[in-house]
Each structure stands twice: as C-alpha cells, then as structure tokens.
Design a protein around this ligand. Structure first.
Ligand SMILES: Cc1ncc(COP(=O)(O)O)c(C=O)c1O
Length: 408
C-alpha cells in the first residue's frame, strides 16, 4: 500500500476527465524563458495562437484567451452579452450546467433551468442527467416567449459530470425554428479538441472552453470564441465588466498583444498543443475526433462487460471524452475510487452533485493510447473485485478485443 510520504514508483495514471496528462512536448515548450509580452517577438506568437484556435473552434471570428480557468470564461460569456435582470434559458444536463446556472443567478440574471422531468428506473438517478439537451423542449419554451424576454440560451456541449455530449446543431435549429433572437452560448470546456465542434457552422454566438482537457495543457487559460452577433450584443450589454471585457482584448489581439499580462508560458504550451492537435498540415482534428471515439467505444465495451450501467443512457450521445459508471445501490463510488487510487496509483473522476457517491468517471482524452486505457480498465477491474462488486465478465478482455479488432 502507498503511504503519503512515499514517492510511488512508475507513473501515476491520471484518468480523470481533465485536467488530462500533459505531454512532455508541451511541458518542455512551457519551460522556455518567459519573454516580454509587449516586445517584438510576442505579437507574431499571439497572432499564430489566435489563428490556430480559430481552426480548432472552426471559426473565422475572434477568439479571446483569458488567464483564468474555465469558470472565468463562463463569466466572460455572460457579462459581455447580457444586462442585469435578463432572462436566460439554461438546460440541466448535469453538475456543470447547474454551476453555470448558479453563476447566472449570482450575476443578477434570471436563469430558467429547463430539464427532463423524472428519475431513471434502472438507477434512481435524474433522467435529465442521463440524456442530452432536448432541443424540442428549448423550441417549445422559446415559442411561448412571444415577447422575446429570453436573451440567451446556454447549454453544455460535453457534460463532464455525466459523460453525455449534446447535439448543438439541433439546439441552433430549435432556436431558428422558433424564430427567436436569443443568443446561443455553449460550454465546450471538456469537448474542445476531443469531440467534433463547429462554432460558425452551428451558429454559436459564444463558445466557452478551457485548456486542461483536449488541448492537453495544464489548467490556467480559457477561451471565448465569438460571433458577430455576440460582439454586437456586447455593445449594448449592461452587466459590469472590466477584466473580462471583449472590446479591448479583441482590439489589441489584432496585433497579437493583450491589454494585460497574458500567461506567457501557458501560451508557449498552447503553441505546442495546437501543432499536435492540428498536425503539420492543419488536418489533424478529424483524426483527433476519430481517436477519441474509438477509445470511448473500447472503454464502454469494458463497462458493458462488467454489467455496470453507463450514466449516459442514449447511445447517440455517448461522450468521446469520458464514461460515467454507475455503482450498484449501497456501494460508495468514492470509497471504490479511493481504494483504486491507493492500490494502483490511478485517479478516476468523482461523482459530482446529484451523482456524488453513485458514479465514477473514466477519462479517455488527450495524451493517451490503447495501453494507457487498458491499464485504467485493469485498475478499475481489480478495484471492483477487491471491493466485492460483482461483475458479469472481464472488461479488460472486452477492451483488448475491441482495441485489437478496430485498428486506429
Ligand atoms: C463542462 C465544464 N464546464 C465548466 C467547468 C469549469 O471549469 P474550471 O474548473 O476550469 O473553472 C468544467 C471543469 O471541469 C467543465 O468540465
């Protein structure tokens, strides 16, 4: 058993759904000397980073980079576009959607939290946390808002607390079908550079993301991808903002600089991450998405072999980034996680909010490969056995079969 004061041998398996392991290439890039953020070398770097991010978000419009975690970029999206007392339509798909809704309340907005009513018969857990955003519910609510009081629709693309990825194009179609002018604001903090995402094509007005997931960077920088409508809304929005204000950032970014000191060394890391994700020819994103889908299918094969429920109950919207595994009633998922961490030096994601103690999350994102994921599956399988949790069959065997049968 590992003691806290002992340094474990071998490497730690960080299999939470972000922060994800940071590749050596990125760590090395970040270790370069910090330079003058107002000097002549910085502008070209800034311009290159923004151009690379535009490719990742699939947008032709500005992308703001904040020296902040994803929560900062959430706040930036709201305070730049909205005014005190504005109604916003948010969708309860899990814990991150819940936290964003709480933030909206704290900012003096009037969030309405749509959800799918009921609990799931199999697990006793809320149905809304097992399925994707229901675009038809959004369309219905917007149609009833004849006076256009609702100023924005806010949804989470990849709900990291559940492992459900929602159909953002369907949400845009719902807004269009209702002929409603609300802005579409999307959180893809854990989806970017792992799950297919198209800011311009899907008609998203603000996309919020962060560094520590698919981009394989440490936590600490986050993003707002903008649309012309979002920039227009920012001109009349009245929520107080200074640090988050887009106007100065977007203006200074035109020459590759920032109004305040950017996170220079994290930006070196971002430069390396963009090279890795986009590839030498800029065509790497599709391969990245396919890789994540393949990994996710292998991990789901393991969970299905164990006979444990997967939190996402709709096969069409399984997350390529993580898989949420529901433990049997009466089994504390956090005690199982602790056991696995202590015995095998493997970190799994905890159950959050309404799923606390009922679920653990297996991350399969970023700097990973088949054998890393097999090690995670093996650690979980040994933990289940040690905890006396009955399984139907071997998840390790199922994952090996999947990865060997499906070439990368
Ligand atoms: C979907 C989603 N939204 C928001 C956040 C909050 O981001 P941060 O913890 O970087 O502030 C996270 C963090 O994991 C997330 O996964």
């Amino acid at each position: 058993m590992l003691k806290l004061d002992q340094h474990p041998t071998g490497r730690h398996f960080l299999q939470i759904p972000g922060p994800s392991p940071v590749p050596d290439r990125i760590l090395r890039a970040m270790s370069l000397p910090t330079i003058d953020h107002r000097g002549p070398e910085f502008g070209p770097l800034g311009l290159k980073l923004i151009a690379g991010l535009q490719q990742v978000f699939k947008t032709r419009h500005p992308v703001a980079i904040y020296p902040a975690s994803g929560t900062g970029a959430w706040e930036a999206a709201l305070v730049n576009t909205l005014s005190p007392g504005d109604a916003v339509l948010m969708y309860e798909g899990g814990q991150f959607a819940t936290l964003w809704q709480k933030m909206a309340l704290r900012l003096g907005l009037r969030p309405e939290f749509l959800s799918l009513p009921g609990t799931c018969a199999e697990t006793g857990l809320p149905l809304s946390w097992r399925r994707g955003v229901q675009a038809d519910l959004i369309a219905q609510r917007l149609r009833a808002d004849a006076g256009h009081a609702i100023k924005a629709v806010c949804v989470v693309h990849n709900e990291t607390s559940t492992g459900v990825t929602s159909d953002i194009a369907a949400v845009r179609r719902a807004i269009t079908a209702a002929q409603h002018p609300a802005l579409l604001i999307v959180d893809t903090i854990s989806g970017l550079a792992s799950a297919d995402y198209r800011h311009d094509e899907w008609g998203v007005d603000v996309t919020v993301s962060g560094s520590q997931k698919g981009l394989m960077l440490p936590p600490g920088i986050s993003f707002n991808a903008l649309s012309p409508r979002a920039l227009e809304a920012a001109r009349s929005a009245k929520l107080p903002r200074s640090f988050w204000a887009w106007d100065e950032i977007v203006e200074m970014n035109k020459t590759g600089y920032w109004p305040y000191t950017p996170s220079t060394n994290l930006l070196y890391g971002l430069h390396e991450a963009l090279e890795m994700v986009l590839g030498p020819d800029g065509q790497g994103l599709d391969a990245t998405f396919a890789r994540h889908q393949r990994w996710a299918a292998g991990v789901r094969a393991a969970v299905n072999a164990w006979g444990l429920p997967i939190q996402c109950a709709d096969a069409a919207v399984h997350s390529p980034v993580l898989t949420g595994v529901v433990t049997p009633v009466g089994v504390d998922a956090d005690a199982l996680r602790r056991l696995i961490h202590t015995r095998f030096d493997l970190s799994l994601g905890t159950g959050l909010g309404k799923l606390k103690g009922r679920m653990f999350r297996m991350g399969h994102l970023g700097d990973s490969n088949d054998l890393t994921l097999l090690a995670m599956v093996a650690g979980v399988e040994m933990g289940l056995k040690l905890a006396g949790i009955a399984t139907r069959g071997s998840g390790v065997q199922a994952a090996m079969d999947h990865f060997s049968a499906h070439a990368a």
